[in-house]
Design a protein around this ligand. Structure first.
Ligand SMILES: [Zn+2]
Length: 162
């Protein structure tokens, strides 16, 4: 194949997670030996380990998405009968399957670059090798409190140019 020839991206048009290349797995662990109880403030030892799997920004060079599995300690306060753990909120919002970095990239594509949700989803895959369904991006944009449906917002209704 000569230089400058168009090479189709083999992942172009992927809409199903099952069809994606297998992710690179990264393991991280957080080891806080003791942690204060959020109710009584008593310093509590580690009780068990929890784990969370997050979709992170992938590797363009290796053409693979990336999953980060984070092990974190759970602590138990015996007097309070409370089981608690570090929130990992610096890494990802509670309940989220994606890292904060992915979320902020997605929101920026929509809010600042004005991409429609589907285009933002494709862009995230193409440039960052992270697959995010466009409906998920839509939820993030709403949660971020920025305006949605940028295609309609930015382009006049009569726009017909290329
Ligand atoms: Zn306590």
């Amino acid at each position: 194949m000569g230089p400058g020839e168009y090479t189709p991206d083999p992942t172009e048009g992927i809409t199903r997670v099952e069809n994606l290349p297998t992710p690179l797995l990264e393991h991280r662990s957080r080891k806080h030996r003791r942690r204060p109880c959020p109710r009584c403030g008593r310093s509590c030892p580690r009780h068990s380990l929890g784990s969370r799997t997050l979709h992170a920004v992938g590797s363009l060079r290796r053409d693979r998405p990336r999953q980060r599995r984070v092990a974190y300690p759970k602590h138990r306060c015996r007097p309070c009968g409370l089981l608690f753990s570090a929130a990992l909120s610096d890494l990802a919002p509670p309940g989220s399957h994606y890292t904060r970095r992915v979320i902020s990239l997605a929101v920026r594509l929509v809010a600042e670059d004005g991409l429609p949700y589907r285009a933002a989803s494709w862009h995230l895959w193409r440039d960052h090798r992270v697959f995010v369904p466009f409906a998920t991006i839509q939820n993030w944009v709403k949660a971020a409190g920025v305006e949605g449906e940028p295609a309609r917002r930015l382009r006049p209704a009569t726009w017909t140019g290329p």
